[in-house]
Ligand binder design. Structure first.
Ligand SMILES: Cc1cc2nc3c(=O)[nH]c(=O)nc-3n(C[C@H](O)[C@H](O)[C@H](O)COP(=O)(O)OP(=O)(O)OC[C@H]3O[C@@H](n4cnc5c(N)ncnc54)[C@H](O)[C@@H]3O)c2cc1C
Length: 413
């Protein structure tokens, strides 16, 4: 039977960050995961806090966090740990060749795929809307057949935000990717990974590079790191910037790939396609977890367990019966907003948090799960990321920030 210092369950951003931080602390780490998590869905930018409880824009995430209720995950994590988590993440992205930048003091504004601007806290340069500053022309670049990216709509929405003193044009590029199916951002990013794709794009865009132009593209600038963005910027002699996107998220996948490379280099034992089924416990301690391997069950022992199974979104928590949510591995108590009428708002994107989204596990200050009376359920189990209760990541724009910070704190406990 395999024994590790730490077992991390789940390989979304929270699990990847927990495994990385843990191995850097000198621990032996096993990462058990059944799927890839939500990085392929989200844009891979790190929202820490974009909006407060009244849906007011938060100019400084650091200041905004002060106004959150005491049961919010950030209040358990604490500012000191959040700051250290941000430092660790920024250092990691720099060391592994795809640097992010930003700080907790102020937001970075990133362009979305519909031409609005969204606040985030940490982002790679290719998504930073600061690229528009001081420019006289915006060239919106569409790829023929690419779904969910409409240059005219982007132009209509972004004009009032950037100003009428700039000129705007939409350029369509045929990458030859249409073969009877929708083209995705991932297809186009793979095309640009190749020299011939890059040459064709430069050829198509060069005539539009006049003046003080900035090129706004879908999220297609290569499947890893920032080398494609840097090369295109150099070849065009102009700024290039990507939008956030609908799935698949190329930037989320870039971040995921970089974490995987780091974990493999640092010796984390990554066991994929493995669904953790249940825990083996002794009193208030967990001693092992049992997982479904190819055709049989396998037991993994550890001193510490970090639960990063993604809540409702990734099956870490399910609810087959109303008001009976269930955590699937440890059978931990799950907190929820009672009353059917409080479960959801009529409008999906409303100006109030969604009750259902706040469903999750409550913890003590160390992120160990607690029951209704506040008593710690297991001494050596820590809960992180989307499993945590008491916040609506979508409403407040805090998903990846909570994932990073809770992962860092759980490792340091
Ligand atoms: C469409 C969409 C867009 C988003 N956009 C943004 C954004 O732009 N910025 C931002 O900050 N946040 C965004 N978020 C929120 C963000 O994705 C999440 O809050 C955060 O990344 C959650 O990470 P996680 O690791 O907790 O969970 P997940 O990413 O869901 O990962 C959970 C992991 O657990 C694994 N797992 C589950 N059950 C088991 C089991 N029994 N055994 C083994 N493994 C298991 C899953 O396979 C998965 O690997 C977005 C979310 C969505 C859905």
């Amino acid at each position: 039977m395999k024994h590790s210092d730490t077992i991390v369950i789940g390989s979304g951003l929270a699990g990847l960050m927990a495994a990385y931080t843990s191995v850097r602390q000198g621990k032996t780490v096993t990462l058990l995961t059944t799927g890839s998590g939500s990085l392929s869905l989200n844009s891979g930018v790190i929202d820490v806090l974009g909006f407060d409880g009244n849906h007011e824009f938060v100019a400084s995430p650091k200041e905004g966090i002060k106004s959150l209720p005491e049961d919010h995950p950030y209040k358990k994590i604490g500012m000191d740990m959040l700051e250290k988590a941000v430092d660790e993440f920024l250092a990691f992205t720099k060391e592994y060749g795809f640097p992010y930048h930003g700080s907790l003091e102020k937001q970075i504004m990133v362009p979305t795929a519909v031409g609005t601007m969204k606040p985030t806290c940490l982002a790679p340069q290719s998504l930073d809307g600061a690229a528009f500053e001081g420019k006289s022309k915006v060239v919106i670049v569409g790829i023929s057949g690419l779904k969910d990216f409409y240059g005219d709509i982007i132009q209509e929405n972004i004009r009032p935000l950037l100003g009428e003193n700039l000129s705007y044009e939409v350029v369509m590029v045929d990458a030859g990717l249409e073969g009877g199916r929708d083209v995705t951002t991932l297809d186009a990013a793979r095309w640009l990974d190749q020299d011939k794709g890059m040459a064709a794009l430069v050829n198509a865009l060069k005539p539009h590079a006049s003046g003080n132009a900035v090129f706004l593209l879908p999220q297609i600038l290569g499947t890893s790191g920032e080398s494609v963005a840097i090369a295109l910027r150099e070849k065009l002699g102009a700024e290039v910037i990507e939008t956030t996107c609908l799935p698949p998220s190329v930037n989320g996948l870039r971040l995921q790939k970089m974490f995987h490379q780091a974990l493999m280099k640092l010796g984390v034992d990554i066991i994929e396609d493995t669904k953790v089924l249940r825990a083996v416990t002794k009193g208030s301690k967990c001693t092992a977890v049992v997982a479904q391997a190819a055709a049989r069950e396998k037991t993994y022992e550890a001193d510490k367990f970090i639960l990063a199974t993604g809540g409702f979104y990734s099956g870490g928590i399910t609810m087959r019966e109303f008001e009976k949510p269930r955590e699937m591995i440890f059978d931990l108590p799950v907190w929820f907003v009672p009353g059917e009428e409080n479960w959801s708002n009529e409008q999906l994107f409303s100006d109030k948090p969604q009750g259902f989204a706040k469903t999750g596990i409550r913890t003590d200050e160390s992120l160990r799960p607690v029951d209704d009376s506040g008593k710690v359920v297991f001494d050596n189990v820590y809960v992180i990321g989307r499993n945590l209760g008491g916040y609506d990541f979508c409403f407040e724009h805090s998903g990846n920030g909570v994932a990073l910070a809770s992962a860092y704190k759980a490792v340091m406990m």
